[in-house]
Design a protein around this ligand. Structure first.
Ligand code: 2HA
Ligand code: ZN
Length: 273
């Protein structure tokens, strides 16, 4: 018998949730992740073929019909998933009519996917149009980034440009910039709609005073994107809190040179050269 709990997917998923917790970005039940798996990847396991339960979703998921997602559970603590993956996460498939999910594995104490699952599904649908290899939506509460949303204007161009200039690595990792939505109540399809509109344009979106939604083709890519943005925000906050004058900066010309050297295309209109 080949069990899904022993799969590399569950192992990677559990490990990354613990690392996010360890960073201090997923206190209590903060944060949620969904990881799209293919039928080929899933079908080799013996214990994922029966529908355990069917739950309606607050979103028309027709364009995702038949897709499989490994997803964190609502109310579950990221610090615990590594010890209880079969309780605190689950594998679901979107039903053919797009109105429900079938639970195939996990959530074994009666749990269900994160309250942000509509936002995740809308986010996957948006990113799949940008890149058919899209697989991961990751939401967490990075401390420095949240802090920055109190002191910095909530302007996508200004924020992106500033974080690009905080470290040489930034523009290489997020050349497409960072989207921002207004503050909204989380956990419903309204914030899901607004966030997924932004995800058509940006690979990550800030929720002011709350956290970030990031996407990627792999767990590492989404995680690395958040790490890099949070690092830039941390440097910004350190510079501000030390109160010293800024004597030199990475210039727009230097950012252009970086983009050329690393073969990335900076968001149109965000650089002056
Ligand atoms: O899952 O982070 O945004 C808990 C949250 C809600
Ligand atoms: Zn949150």
């Amino acid at each position: 018998m080949t069990n899904f709990i022993d799969s590399p997917y569950v192992k990677e998923f559990s490990k990354i949730t613990f690392r996010l917790y360890d960073h201090g970005w997923d206190e209590r039940n903060g944060g949620n992740i969904s990881y799209r798996l293919t039928e080929e990847e899933v079908s080799q396991y013996d214990d994922v073929h029966d529908v355990l339960r069917t739950i309606p979703i607050d979103f028309d998921g027709k364009e995702l019909a038949g897709m499989f997602f490994l997803v964190t559970g609502t109310g579950r603590y990221f610090k615990n998933i590594i010890d209880f993956p079969e309780r605190d996460s689950g594998l679901v498939r979107i039903t053919e009519d797009g109105k429900s999910i079938n639970i195939l594995w996990g959530f074994n104490d009666g749990g269900k996917p994160t309250s942000e699952f509509p936002t995740h599904l809308m986010g996957h649908a948006a990113r799949l149009k940008v890149d058919p290899n899209q697989r991961v939506i990751m939401h967490c509460h990075p401390t420095n980034l949240i802090a920055l949303t109190f002191t910095f204007p909530l302007d996508e161009k200004e924020l992106t440009r500033t974080l690009w200039k905080m470290q040489t690595e930034s523009i290489v990792v997020f050349p497409d910039g960072i989207g921002i939505i207004p503050w909204m109540v989380p956990g419903n399809s309204k914030i899901g709609n607004v966030t997924s509109e932004k995800l058509k344009e940006f690979s990550s979106v800030i929720w002011p005073h709350h956290g970030i939604f990031a996407s990627g083709t792999t767990i590492d890519e989404a995680y690395g994107l958040i790490e890099t943005i949070e690092k830039a925000a941390e440097i910004y906050n350190i510079i501000r809190s030390t109160g010293g004058d800024i004597l030199q900066l990475i210039t727009d010309q230097q950012l252009t040179e970086l983009a050329q050297a690393f073969g990335v295309t900076p968001k149109e209109g965000y650089l002056e050269v």
